[in-house]
Design a protein around this ligand. Structure first.
Ligand code: 5CA
Ligand code: ZN
Length: 405
């Protein structure tokens, strides 16, 4: 499907530093080491409700990854999915009486316009679950043939014993895995499974649910295989970053990795598993199912400048769980105004030290808070460097994605 329009990224003088990122599987910050083309897959939305600030914060974190890589001289191949058929979407449509395809199309459109407004660079390939059914079916069949998957009634399950590596991505113990699996869409209690943690690859048709006629029978794909195969077919094994929010560490990313590793016999699926912290409201994770949402589109409709939303969300480390509070927006608006008037000056302090600080801080596991403090310092300083404001505006645009002019 179509993504959204890209904004221009200014080319900066010199070259940025190699990016280091926290990898969930190693539990450490280590250097990313992309070749000429860096590969990144970030899990996309399940389009049953509008983009909230938690989604936006997660996509902004990976937007910084792309910007830092580009500045360091890499081309980036970025793939994102849309989970446009899955239980929560179908349940919402059934409850409101809306056609599920209409609901998905409408919310995906709104997501595109929110991402465009926030100046998030689009993926090179934006791929829906529905349109990828023809590539998921052969992968599920191959897993069945190799014995990594098995039939249970007419459904198909992945056997977690199929690779010797299951559990390496999250590092969780079995009790934690069982809890999270039950909490996040798994079915540990279903009788007949080889292991309670085995995940659904193919769900045979149920009355009233959408299904596709395939060589596996009529049905629809499971969730983890969607991201596994969409990424594998476009980026190959061992791509640089698999990303999403921390609620996807287990079971989603563990199973996605295991599926691809069982399919190919190669390891690892991704070289870095990168997870953004959860944005909370009133002490709880902001989520569609809880309904405690602050929507990007609502803020925009109320006249909030998208660049202020961007600044508000970047003012905090991407990995930390963060609480959204009403005071964040006015503070970000005030900061944006300060930066804009500083960038409008005929001259200012030299740009080079700021550019170096921005590059250095962002390359260190995306320390956006420190990067923004460096811009504050530059804006507060005085100087007679006539070219500096233009370079700073370009740097803030290219690296933080914030348009000052
Ligand atoms: N479609 C799946 C991924 S394949 C999904 O998780 N969709 S989602 O719409 O629920 O979430 C989209 C992205 O936003 C995911 O990366 C998820 O981890 C992230 N996310 C969801 N809620 C929050 C939150 N409160 N704070 C930060 N990120 C969040
Ligand atoms: Zn995913």
């Amino acid at each position: 499907m179509d993504a959204w329009a890209a904004c221009e990224v200014p080319q900066l003088p010199g070259r940025g530093s190699p990016l280091r990122l926290y990898d969930t599987s190693r539990r450490a910050v280590t250097a990313t080491a992309p070749g000429a083309v860096a590969g990144m897959y970030v899990c996309g939305i399940t389009p049953y409700d509008a983009t909230h600030l938690g989604h936006a914060a997660t996509y902004l974190a990976f937007d910084l990854v792309q910007r830092v890589w580009r500045d360091a001289g890499h081309a980036v191949r970025y793939v994102q999915n849309v989970t446009d058929v899955d239980d929560p979407l179908l349940e919402r449509a059934a409850r409101t009486g809306e056609d599920w395809t209409d609901l998905a199309a409408r919310e995906t459109d709104l997501f595109r316009s929110d991402m465009t407004a926030l100046r998030v660079l689009p993926p090179d390939e934006y791929v829906g679950a529905v349109e990828s059914v023809p590539e998921l079916v052969p992968a599920i069949s191959a897993l069945l043939e190799s014995g990594a998957a098995y039939r249970l009634d007419d459904d198909v399950y992945f056997d977690v014993a199929a690779t010797g590596h299951f559990g390496y991505e999250s590092g969780y113990d079995r009790a934690t895995m069982l809890d999270l699996f039950a909490e996040r869409g798994g079915d540990p209690q279903r009788p007949g499974k080889r292991d309670p943690l085995d995940s659904l690859l193919w769900r045979a048709e149920r009355p009233g649910e959408p299904s596709w006629p395939t060589s596996l029978g009529r049905g629809r794909p499971g969730w983890h295989i969607e991201c596994s195969v969409i990424a594998l077919n476009r980026l190959g094994m061992g791509f640089d970053v698999q990303g999403g929010g921390s609620d996807l560490v287990f079971p989603h990313h563990e199973h996605s990795a295991a599926h691809a590793e069982a399919l190919t016999g190669a390891h690892p699926f991704a070289r870095h598993y990168v997870h953004a912290g959860m944005i909370g409201l009133d002490g709880e994770k902001m989520s569609k199912s809880r309904g405690n949402l602050v929507l990007v589109s609502k803020l925009r409709a109320a006249g909030v400048e998208p660049m202020a939303i961007r600044l508000a969300l970047l003012d905090g480390h991407y990995r930390a769980d963060r609480e959204w509070t009403g005071g964040r927006l006015p503070a970000a608006e005030e900061r944006l105004a300060r930066w804009r008037s500083a960038a409008d000056r005929p001259a200012g302090p030299p740009a080079e030290p700021l550019l170096a600080a921005l590059r250095d801080r962002l390359a260190d596991d995306l320390d956006s808070t420190a990067a923004m403090a460096a811009v504050d310092n530059w804006a507060a300083g005085a100087g007679d460097h006539a070219g500096a404001p233009a370079i700073v505006a370009d740097a803030v645009d290219a690296l933080l994605g914030v348009a000052l002019r």
